[in-house]
Structures are given as C-alpha cells and as structure tokens.
Design a protein around this ligand. Structure first.
Ligand SMILES: C[S@@+](CC[C@H](N)C(=O)[O-])C[C@H]1O[C@@H](n2cnc3c(N)ncnc32)[C@H](O)[C@@H]1O
Length: 222
C-alpha cells in the first residue's frame, strides 16, 4: 500500500506539511477526546494512532497521567511530539509505523484516533488494528470527518445556507460514514456512535464548521 498514487497516503507528504507548519492542527488536545477522556481510569496505557505532533497524546499524559504511545508514519510529526514531551517533562513513547500494515505487539487500556482519514480498504485494517489493540473492557475514542462534510447538507438556518468549512480531504472516499463505524465495531459495546456537526478549532487548517462522526466504544462489551 505504500506505493499508493495519492500523495497524502505517503509519509513524505505529511513530513513536508509538518516541517512547514509546526502545530499544524493546533497545540491543544482534540476537543472530543478531551470531553470523553473521563471514561479512562487514571494512569491508563493509551495508544494514539495517527497521533501527528502529539497534541492529544501530550494532553492525556499531562492531565491524566496516562502512559501514552503515539503512533504515526511521519518522522517530522513524531520529532515535534517528542520535543514537546521532553520540554514538558512528560513521558511519551513514539512509534513510527504505518497503520495500514502490521499488528499490535501488545494491548492497551484505550486507543484514540482522530482525523486519520484513510481509504476504504485501509480503514478495514485500521478498525481491526484498533479492536486488537484494546483489551476487553478498554475504550476506543474515534473521530473522523464524514461524507456530509463534502456533500452537505448545509446548516439549516433560514436564508443562510452556510456550507461546512473547507478542511480535510477533498475526495469522498476518505470520509468515514457513520454506518461504517457502527458496522466495524458491531461486536463491541457502542456507548455512542453519532454524526455531529461541530465547530472545530484545531489550528490553521482545521478551524471551522465540520461534519464529523464520533465513536465511543468499549471493547468486548457487545
Ligand atoms: C490529519 S492528521 C491528524 C493528526 C492528529 N490525529 C490530530 O488530530 O492532530 C493525520 C495524521 O495521520 C498520519 N497518517 C496518515 N496516514 C498514516 C498511516 N497510514 N500510518 C500512520 N500514520 C498515518 C499523518 O502523518 C498525520 O499525522
């Protein structure tokens, strides 16, 4: 899969973006993960897939004392994540890996994934990886842009049809339908899997109105 014709499927595409723009998706944590993090017992072992510069991973370590492993295939992103953790005296393990291949070599208490917008067949592997990465009773927190982000519908404000803001992939096959998330985790306990319209504030490239799917899933609880 590493020979994918899509530039955004390659680590060098992301390396260039992260080198050009430090804190590409902001410095603070992902808002959904921040709101859902109360589910995780303190000092949990947490893995974040597609963790980027570790904005959420660092927050989980700092605020809750979790032992966090940040996985990404971009060397530049993980370098920033590591530098930020060192500056804050946080323990953060970083692993450079492609989530489209391989299996976890251990299990965590929780897995986090935000805006890792893979292609459909790649998402099948990602969801399997997420399920096998979390111990029974552990948690999965996931957020993606969903297809409506590109196709509408527009906000239902009379006479003001405001589209979602331009952000994320430009092609629909990278958007994640709600039904796909429900199907992928059908054997687990779906605490909530819902389509939500939100206002994101996550750096210069992810600020504005967005159509997302958010999942809070407990492993092995189905
Ligand atoms: C849109 S960014 C989101 C980063 C982070 N989750 C956040 O919300 O700030 C997507 C991230 O996924 C990483 N990524 C994309 N495809 C990947 C893959 N196949 N394996 C590992 N990381 C990947 C990119 O390097 C990038 O850091």
């Amino acid at each position: 899969m590493s020979d994918s014709p899509r530039p955004s499927s390659r680590p060098d595409f992301w390396d260039v973006r992260y080198e050009q723009d430090r804190h590409l998706f902001g410095a603070g944590p992902n808002a959904f993960v921040k709101a859902a993090a109360h589910r995780l017992p303190p000092e949990s072992a947490v893995v974040e897939l597609g963790a980027g510069e570790g904005r959420t991973a660092a927050w989980l370590a700092r605020e809750h004392g979790h032992r966090v492993t940040a996985v990404d295939f971009s060397e530049a992103a993980l370098k920033t994540a590591q530098e930020r953790a060192e500056a804050e005296h946080l323990r953060l393990d970083t692993v450079r890996a492609d989530v489209r291949t391989g299996r976890p070599d251990r299990q965590w208490d929780a897995a986090v994934v935000t805006f890792l917008q893979l292609l459909p067949d790649e998402r099948l592997h990602l969801c399997r990886l997420l399920k096998t990465s979390v111990r029974s009773g552990g948690w999965l927190l996931a957020e993606w842009l969903r297809p409506a982000h590109l196709t509408g519908p527009y906000h239902r404000i009379p006479y003001h049809r405001i589209p979602y803001h331009r952000m994320g992939p430009s092609r629909a096959d990278r958007m994640v339908p709600v039904r796909e998330v429900r199907r992928a985790f059908a054997g687990e306990r779906l605490a909530s899997v819902e389509a939500v319209d939100v206002h994101l504030q996550a750096g210069p490239h992810r600020t504005g109105d967005a159509a997302v799917v958010r999942g809070v899933v407990q492993a092995g609880g189905g």
